[in-house]
Design a protein around this ligand. Structure first.
Ligand SMILES: *Cc1c(COP(=O)(O)O)cnc(C)c1O
Length: 340
């Protein structure tokens, strides 16, 4: 259960909290694991992965972190904050349109001193353009004498997976302390690093908790096969005594609502429900969409009345301020603004 790797150990345990008003509203016992409260750069799930990745970068003598994502990447923002804290340069690379203003995470990235490279999509496959961009920008900084450490999308590689293995161990202990044995744990599935760590961690310690993922972007048979390969890769790398079995993958694919990060009225309603009942902010790309999925699962009877549900709040709040979402929220919320 402990692996031969170094990590920074800078994150505190995050709270596991009961949500009384949402529980009442949905007729379930609803808890949030507050990984939105991890301590750097406005928080979020990527910091658990970055504890391992940034330590590895330091161990290798890196002077700079380069990572990739969409222009609005939460992972990039958390990487930029870690780079700031550990005195490294940082660049985020995206094949994406400039939204016409420095919004949301982009503004925060710049405050952390991080450089942003946005390359306009030119019709070729995104991965081809991205690989070119990575090669060009890395070469530029290496020529300036930087030692670059590359972190993949979402920090979701073999080493990064240990971040959510740790979370699984922490959560299992908290759940026992709160009498939540057998509860269902729900996480948002994007680049799958969070699901990977939780799956392996919960299985390795023979936890009573059941893991359900909710996909927030299209997830095909091929993605499932890739996930299975990745789980096996992580398990073999660290010698975990776990059987990876596709039969116990439990990932809901039906709540994608059109595609990655697309504005959706149901998601805005779910974000509004959590905010107005519990004073907690979710985001329109990941956690709000997964929470909208939870609401539907309760309505459809997939989650039973009275069931104990722990949702991992993975952060992402700055996403509320991206233009596409903000404009829609504004239309719906202006009726309570009284300009006198
Ligand atoms: C990245 C992210 C996720 C998804 O985590 P993965 O490990 O990429 O699957 C969920 N929620 C938020 C807010 C994120 O930024």
């Amino acid at each position: 259960m402990s692996f031969d790797v170094n990590k920074l150990n800078i994150l505190y345990e995050t709270p596991l909290e009961y949500m009384p008003s949402i529980s009442k509203e949905l007729g379930i016992e609803f808890y949030l694991k507050r990984d939105d409260l991890t301590p750097l750069g406005a928080g979020g799930n990527k910091l658990r992965k970055l504890e391992y990745l940034v330590q590895d970068a330091i161990d290798q003598g890196a002077t700079m972190l380069i990572t990739v994502g969409g222009g609005q990447t939460n992972h990039g923002r958390q990487t930029a904050a870690m780079a700031a804290k550990y005195g490294m340069k940082c660049a985020i690379l995206a094949v994406d349109e400039y939204p016409g203003e420095l919004t949301a995470n982009m503004l925060l990235d710049r405050l952390f001193g991080c450089e942003l490279y946005l390359k306009k999509p030119d019709g070729r496959p995104g991965s081809v353009q991205m690989n070119e961009l990575i090669a060009d920008v890395t070469a530029k900084y290496e020529a300036e004498g930087e030692k670059v450490y590359f972190i993949p999308m979402g920090g979701s590689n073999v080493l990064g997976a240990l971040g959510y293995y740790d979370c699984a161990v922490e959560l299992d202990r908290q759940a026992k302390e709160m009498g939540l044995e057998g509860a269902r744990v729900i996480d948002t599935v994007g680049s799958t690093g969070t699901y990977t760590g939780l799956y392996l961690g919960l299985k390795d310690i023979k936890s009573s908790l059941h893991l359900t993922g909710i996909a927030i972007m299209p997830f095909s048979e091929k993605s499932l096969a890739q996930l299975e390969n990745h789980l096996n890769e992580v398990k073999d790398h660290f010698g975990m005594d776990v059987e990876v079995d596709r039969a116990d993958f439990d990932i809901e694919l039906g709540y994608v609502r059109g595609g990655y990060n697309l504005p959706s009225e149901e998601v805005r309603k779910a974000v509004g429900l959590m905010a107005s009942k519990e004073g907690i902010l979710m985001d329109p790309c990941y956690t709000g969409k997964a929470f909208a999925g939870i609401i539907d699962m309760v309505r459809e009877g997939k989650i039973k009345q009275g069931e104990k549900v722990i949702f991992i709040h993975t952060g992402g709040m700055p996403g509320l301020y991206t233009p596409a979402h903000r404009v829609e929220f504004e239309k719906e919320l202006m009726d309570g603004v009284h300009i006198l």
